[in-house]
Design a protein around this ligand. Structure first.
Ligand code: IMP
Ligand code: MG
Length: 174
């Protein structure tokens, strides 16, 4: 197994600084934004993104699973942990680590839209558009990447590598 660095710490930090300003610019002055992070992969991205967004910001967590121990989606999404608070009247942003087939995100958008938020948008750190199976709207994208399996900065392969401070491509593992 070998690891190739795709985006180093400085590159990620710079992109998040810009992304946070892009996000803030979309909302009315002084509006509070409510970040809904998708566990577990998005927790590192959330921590950096949340601190970069100026003004009032709150957060909540939801956990879903769509992948087994391997690299391919089962196509089935399961809700493992629901939100603590209502979304009613809030400007909600779903915070995802990566949008691959789009199945997880389309499921989340559907169940969260039904909860009557003031607005619902999505921010993902990474997007693999060539892998889409469903057409989902993603308003804020950190990096658009090729069809490669990436780890680090919260992303895992079989629960490993989430602690890497960079985003890397794992090669030579099943
Ligand atoms: P989707 O439902 O196929 O869009 O997959 C979304 C989820 O699959 C993400 O939230 C990740 O947890 C996982 N995933 C997809 N691609 C990768 C990858 O390249 N590395 C690590 N996890 C991935
Ligand atoms: Mg994962």
């Amino acid at each position: 197994m070998s690891m190739q660095v795709l985006y180093d710490q400085a590159t990620i930090a710079a992109r998040i600084a810009t992304l946070s300003r892009e996000i803030r610019a979309v909302y009315p002055d002084g509006a509070s934004v409510h970040l809904v992070a998708v566990l577990k992969g998005a927790f590192v991205f959330l921590a950096d993104l949340m601190r970069a967004i100026e003004g009032p910001v709150t957060c909540d967590f939801i956990a879903v699973s769509s992948y087994g121990a391997g690299k391919t989606s089962s196509g089935e999404v399961r809700l493992n942990k629901d939100l603590d608070r209502s979304l009613q009247g809030r400007h909600v942003i779903i915070v995802e680590d990566i949008v691959d087939t789009g199945l997880t995100l389309s499921y989340l958008q559907e169940i969260l839209r039904a909860r009557d938020p003031l607005s619902l948008r999505t921010a993902c750190l990474l997007s693999k558009p060539s892998r889409r199976k469903v057409d989902v709207a993603v308003e804020f994208i950190g990096f658009t990447i090729e069809d490669r399996f990436v780890v680090g900065y919260g992303l895992d392969f079989d629960e490993r590598h989430r602690n890497l401070p960079y985003i890397g491509v794992l090669e030579g593992e099943a």
